[in-house]
Design a protein around this ligand. Structure first.
Ligand code: PLP
Length: 372
């Protein structure tokens, strides 16, 4: 299903970090990664973290989420989107997704806003952007912050702007299952000037240590609640090898994605499945190729057929609003009909850098057989 791609230079840069004798965070490799991300994403500040989960937790601290504050998000997402805010006592308010992109339905957000609403968290599913212009207009109108969960969205854009750089804050993941990887890893993108100094403080155990190292203060002290969110240099060295190849990784994935898309056209024409829909203004990053099976097709049968052929194909999120913790900590807005319907029909196909044409043909062949 997935095969972590190594560029070949990871160990070389790790050895360099070793010889540099600097292993703690924020060394030369971390700084290189920060500059690269700032330039490529066009964000004000990029900060490496241990994971996207950690970046989202930083976002909740930065926004000073208090018990009872409400955060609007999709239910069709990974648990970290909600957990980060629940850790601060926040209440996730689950809003339905769009039928086409499976992203937060921007038309339903306004009705979910209450006096306790503090933020909106759009999740860019499969690296396809949410309708950010509309979301930003609503947020500004109601004085809400926007945190983009761009865990899957690195190297993808919305109207030419990098995902993660549009809201107040954005979070990337470099987990092994994502496009650009460091095993575990992530980054917080800070897009508003008033949050960038505090982001550094929260990431450095609540101290102004970063400013101290820049010579801006003569000693560093405890400034506010924070934690240790920064990765060591070995992780940054690994990541640097990946960032150098980020364009090639994206292009190779896009080629495989496009090939699936063409091969599966006939099944869509026969109304056996629906292929992903990418709106005109979105350039995606081929993070994922999924299909939505017609309701007459038994999904388990399809997954079983893949398994019998040694192909690992999987469905995706069990909607958070239907999970034990989601029910305990969250609140539902509306009936979440599309979330339930689409999540029960979705099947993700194997996709990685180096997936061969023969392997791809076999996946499609088995899928055709399973649905006929
Ligand atoms: C992968 C993922 C995360 C978590 O990323 P980690 O780096 O593993 O913490 C969060 N949100 C979404 C939408 C994801 O796909």
């Amino acid at each position: 299903f997935n095969w972590p791609y190594m560029t070949g230079k990871e160990l070389y840069y790790i050895a360099e970090a070793h010889f540099n004798g600097r292993l703690a965070g924020d060394g030369p490799f971390t700084k290189r990664c920060h500059s690269w991300l700032e330039e490529r994403a066009g964000c004000r500040k990029a900060l490496l973290t241990h994971s996207c989960t950690a970046a989202l937790e930083m976002a909740a601290l930065l926004l000073d989420i208090q018990p009872g504050d409400e955060i609007i998000m999709p239910s069709f997402t990974f648990v970290s989107t909600a957990n980060a805010f629940v850790l601060r006592g926040g209440v996730p308010v689950f809003v339905d997704i769009r039928e086409d992109t499976l992203n937060l339905d921007e038309r339903l957000i306004e009705a979910a806003i209450t006096p306790r609403t503090r933020a909106i968290v759009p999740v860019h599913y499969a690296g396809v952007a949410c309708e950010m212009d509309t979301i930003m207009v609503i947020a500004r109108q109601y004085g809400l912050k926007v945190v983009e969960d761009a865990a899957q969205g690195m190297m993808a854009t919305y109207k030419g702007r990098a995902l993660g750089s549009i809201g107040d804050l954005g979070a990337y993941s470099f987990h092994e299952t994502k496009n650009v990887i460091s095993g575990e890893g992530g980054a917080l993108l800070v897009n508003t000037p008033d949050l960038s100094l505090r982001a550094e403080i929260i990431r450095e155990k609540g101290t102004d240590r970063s400013q101290f190292f820049r010579g801006e203060v003569d000693k560093y002290t405890w400034q506010e609640v924070g934690s240790s969110f920064l990765p060591g240099e070995l992780i940054a060295a690994f990541l640097w090898a990946q960032l150098e190849e980020a364009d090639r990784i994206t292009n190779e994935r896009l080629a495989s994605w496009q090939r699936y898309h063409e091969l599966l056209g006939p099944l869509e024409a026969k109304e056996i499945l629906r292929r992903p829909i990418v709106p005109e203004e979105c350039q995606h990053n081929a993070h994922m190729y999924y299909v939505l099976l017609a309701s007459k097709i038994d999904r388990q049968e399809v997954l079983d057929e893949f398994k019998r052929n040694d192909i690992w194909s999987v469905f995706h999120y069990v909607p958070l609003h239907s999970s034990p913790a989601g029910l305990r900590y969250g609140r539902i807005h509306g009936n979440l009909k599309i979330t339930t319907q689409q999540s029960e029909r979705l099947v993700r196909l194997p996709l990685w850098v180096g997936l061969s044409v023969e392997q791809q043909d076999r996946v499609v062949e088995v899928l055709c057989k399973a649905v006929s």
